[in-house]
Design a protein around this ligand. Structure first.
Ligand SMILES: Nc1ncnc2c1ncn2[C@@H]1O[C@H](COP(=O)(O)OP(=O)(O)OP(=O)(O)O)[C@@H](O)[C@H]1O
Length: 276
């Protein structure tokens, strides 16, 4: 496995003037109701800046819902949810956050560069910004390693390349926070490794914060920090090392299973207590 920087490898970036910047995300008692169900229940956690935080948990545990709440597209959110020092969904956050959903959002009948030109024009409209837009588009195409395919139609790209076009769209304007919903799902191991290398260079070179969801536990080992979720709750908010040590486990997957059993035991003890 590749060696990635650890939690302690460099201090988190400060805000202007030396004051520590507020965390990328801070949640307290965060609850989300979807239809008849409470999908997230009283979550509390902090996502530090300049790090890659993995949001891990089984399918249906609420990862996408939490990401939607963070980017401000989820209804019926209660409790505290601050993003880059503002309440989630604040209009000032729109250009500071990049969001990639599970479905790649690219136009198949446009080339890679045309797709990016289109989204760049929405983000930064007007003739005066055209030079800046061109530079930005060239930069993000290089960031995701698609320069050689810049003039290829998106519809003719492989699945992994299309995912990288979506990621490039999210990188336009150099957002401080990137929220990536299962960006590696369905990719082969080589592409998955390449994408994780890219995530690490985005965090290291730009000081950007990445929140990356996955239900593949081996990807947890590639993150600086982890939020482990199960059934709408956060089971753990820690570094991979600390989680393994605390649970006496060899892998994060084993640590997760340990925490699930622990949570079940606690719930059973509570039920026993109340039915006495
Ligand atoms: N519109 C809805 N009404 C009611 N429940 C919903 C609705 N949308 C999603 N849910 C439920 O909310 C829960 C969380 O869904 P979410 O998509 O956030 O999970 P996830 O962890 O991202 O799953 P996956 O990894 O499969 O994408 C699921 O149990 C799902 O069934």
């Amino acid at each position: 496995m590749m060696n990635y920087p650890t939690e302690h490898s460099s201090p988190p970036p400060d805000g202007q003037g030396g004051d520590p910047a507020p965390p990328a995300v801070h949640a307290e008692d965060l609850t989300v109701v979807r239809g008849p169900r409470t999908v997230l229940r009283g979550l509390g956690f902090t996502v530090p800046r300049g790090r890659i935080t993995g949001l891990l948990g089984p399918s249906g545990c609420g990862k996408s819902t939490l990401m939607r709440a963070i980017v401000g597209t989820q209804a019926k959110v209660t409790g505290t949810l601050d993003v880059l020092g503002r309440p989630a969904g604040h209009p000032a956050l729109r250009t500071r956050i990049g969001y990639v959903t599970q479905a790649p959002s690219v136009f198949d009948d446009l080339t890679v560069r045309q797709n990016l030109d289109y989204f760049a024009e929405i983000l930064d409209p007007g003739r005066a910004a055209s030079d800046h837009r061109r530079d930005d588009v060239t930069r993000v195409i290089a960031d995701v390693d698609l320069t050689a395919h810049a003039d290829a139609l998106a519809g003719n790209l492989s699945g992994g390349q299309r995912s990288r076009v979506s990621l490039a769209v999210a990188l336009l304007g150099a957002p401080e926070l990137l929220v990536l919903d299962e960006p590696t799902v369905g990719l082969d191991p080589v592409l998955r490794r390449d994408l994780w290398t890219l995530f690490h260079s985005i965090a290291a070179d730009r000081g950007a914060t990445l929140l990356v969801s996955s239900h593949v536990m081996d990807e947890a080992e590639r993150c600086h920090r982890l939020l482990l979720m199960r059934e709408g709750e956060v089971l753990a908010d820690d570094t991979p090392d600390a989680l393994r040590t605390r649970t006496g486990s060899e892998t994060v997957e084993e640590a997760f299973l340990h925490l699930v059993d622990e949570a079940k035991d606690k719930a059973a003890a509570r039920t026993k207590e109340t039915t006495r």
